[in-house]
Design a protein around this ligand. Structure first.
Ligand SMILES: Cc1cc2nc3c(=O)[nH]c(=O)nc-3n(C[C@H](O)[C@H](O)[C@H](O)COP(=O)(O)O)c2cc1C
Length: 304
């Protein structure tokens, strides 16, 4: 088997990489001695992610996952712009393994109180700013209200929600009721409110839904902000993002991204000022009180 064939045989592991709304936009194109990482435009989020920031971060996370899997298989592979994966003289240097990629998951439930250990923060690469969760609690309400008050953003979210286990794509992609830690009643309520969105928007749905997340950051916990570093593009930043999540996971810590804080223009500007840089990702971090669910994934395309 060539290195390309071996890595292809492990595509399902690489696909454990995270992506916004769990769209899994990656379309690896396999050649004799390289793998080109394309994206499926139907799996982008033009309204919620108009600059393609989250799309590129997700592509970067997939590239990093591929490199970790290749290294664990003993394959000498590196990433070059494109992005493409090509043969290299040495294995990719990484402390992470297939087991780390498989085990990682976002956790949206409650976390233990208390800030994260200094030791975990010290293990991160440069470019992460720690903030007390409470400092962003009211900003999150503003960002949520913007998100749920923007029809195109809501329509896109609705397309990727799988709030009922009978949804035909429940086990394939998108965000399930379980991944969002919604009770049966909350899932039904959200589904009904989104179905009737033009009406519910006028009735103040945005405030209502924003209110449901009001307490998410009102606890003694931690938020990390990943800043743009130098000339790094967003794919490179996405690789750093996945490494940071895997590093935190090694410390028993989970993350919960809150991208609305950097999607909403008002909160994005205030956050940039607060941290003195260009935020590319924002996430709550801590020790989850309950085991997070394993999110759905598409199966790799069968080899022809
Ligand atoms: C760039 C990026 C942005 C994300 N933004 C959010 C977000 O704003 N809110 C959220 O709950 N999850 C967010 N996520 C997490 C994804 O929804 C999650 O990775 C996906 O559902 C797959 O789940 P898993 O990471 O547990 O495998 C984001 C992930 C990425 C890579």
């Amino acid at each position: 088997m060539t290195w390309v064939e071996q890595l292809r045989a492990h595509e399902a592991v690489c696909r454990r990489a995270p992506s916004a709304h769990n769209t899994q936009p990656w379309q690896p194109e396999y050649h004799a001695d390289e793998i080109v990482i394309n994206v499926d435009p139907a799996r982008s989020l033009p309204d919620s992610d108009p600059t393609g920031r989250d799309l590129d971060l997700g592509v970067g996370a997939f590239v990093e996952a591929c490199l970790i899997v290749a290294a664990d298989l003993g394959l000498n592979v590196t990433a070059v712009p494109g992005p493409r994966l090509v043969a290299a003289a040495h294995a990719y240097p990484t402390p992470f393994t297939i087991a780390d990629v498989e085990a990682r998951r976002v956790a949206r439930g409650r976390y233990a109180t208390g800030p994260v250990d200094a030791a975990a923060l010290a293990d991160l690469e440069p470019g992460f700013v720690h903030l007390p969760a409470r400092d962003l609690a009211s900003e999150l309400v503003v960002a949520d209200r913007w998100q749920f008050g923007t029809p195109a953003v809501v329509a896109e979210l609705r397309d990727w929600l799988r709030l009922d286990p009978h949804h035909p794509r429940y086990h394939l992609d998108g965000l399930t009721d379980r991944a969002l830690v919604l009770s049966w009643f909350e899932a039904r309520f959200l589904a009904a409110a989104l179905r009737a969105y033009p009406v519910t928007r006028r009735l103040g749905l945005a405030s209502l839904l924003a209110a449901s997340g009001r307490n998410l950051l009102r606890y003694d916990g931690s938020v990390l902000v990943m800043l743009a570093e130098g000339d790094d593009d967003h794919v490179t930043a996405g690789r750093r993002l996945l490494r940071s999540w895997l590093t935190l996971a090694r410390h028993g810590l989970a993350v919960h991204p809150l991208s609305q804080l950097i999607d909403c223009p008002v909160t994005a500007a205030r956050l940039a000022e607060r941290v003195g840089g260009r935020p590319l990702a924002v996430f709550r971090v801590g020790r989850p009180l309950a085991e997070p669910v394993r999110s759905a994934r598409l199966q790799p395309q069968a080899t022809g």
